[in-house]
Design a protein around this ligand. Sequence first.
Ligand code: PA5
Length: 375
Amino acid sequence: MITVNFETEINEKQAQEILSEIMADPMGGWASLPNNFDAGELARIKQAAAKIQEDSEVLVCIGIGGSYLGHRAIIEALRPKGVEIVYAGNSLSQRELLNALNEVGEKDFSVNVISKSGTTLEPALAFNVFKQKLVEKYGEEEAARRIYATTDAEKGTLHDEAVAKGYTRFVVPDNIGGRYSVLTAVGLLPLAAAGVDIDQLLLGAKEMAGNVQPMIQYGWMRYGLSKRGYDTEVFASFEPSTMYFNEWLKQLFGESEGKNRQGVFPASVIYSTDLHSLGQFMQDGRRNLWETIIDFPTDEMNMKVVEAVKRAHVAGGIPVLTLEVPSFDENGFGQLIYFFEMSCAISAKLMGVNPFDQPGVEAYKLELKKLLEAK
Ligand code: PA5
């Protein structure tokens, strides 16, 4: 189980109230998900993943933000041995889109288009391009059999098209927002196709859900540090393949807390690589930050670096928190996902903001829509 190396004073009554609020929140569906995952839905996900593995060398995963970062984080970290995953629709760069098309090349492929709203511009544009490639290669009917749409149960452009064309559909539940959705079909389908053991992932999350104390400690600690003027948290990992996990963390905390002029700015480093770039700042720069080390089991040499960094940074005046993760595998990442989702919801609640909306993201989407319509 994930353990934390610090203790802070908790208002137990308030903690219980916050936990109850999170569980009862109309957008808090993720909190009880690992404990009562729908067995039928899990079987459908596995069946679709098996079909993809049978008829495709590549699965093109189209999505952005919460519709992509979580599963990419785990796939990049664990490097499983299933179908190759090519990512598209997470920027508006034509170069990236061409790269993705070239990566697929002549290989057999399927597409998983993931968009809760079904209207986000980046994935919509990439989907059109890959759909055309599918139709050219396989014809209309087979193309439709190779498209998996993960979207709203009832509405949105993607939903309507999926129904009309008969794509295999998976639902992003109404009570789970994008950045909390990695343990729904949003993440589980690409993960299973890529060869990740999704049962173990869900089990890790379930085990963590049964042990809330470390999450309360961490949530409280973050809030306490932010009140004392620490406005930046640097997530530090010593495993280069966790770079996308850091990206997922930044979205989770940034979108959940960054409201009403509140929030801790989430930053990240990968050591020892970044000791040779950001190391100087961490050691001796402005003291407005703290460091949260995500400590995976590792080899002796890396362990020594972890210890050396802790000692040096504490001596340099940085609060250093350590989260010990029991294993670098599906179970460990399942625990981490739940740990951070719950701690983040707790600290956002302590800051007095809604952890589950993202008005700022919507604002940019609206402005872009206006500009495009004005053309
Ligand atoms: O967490 C969120 O809600 C956002 O980051 C969304 O995931 C992102 O904007 C993509 O939205 P959608 O899944 O509707 O395409």
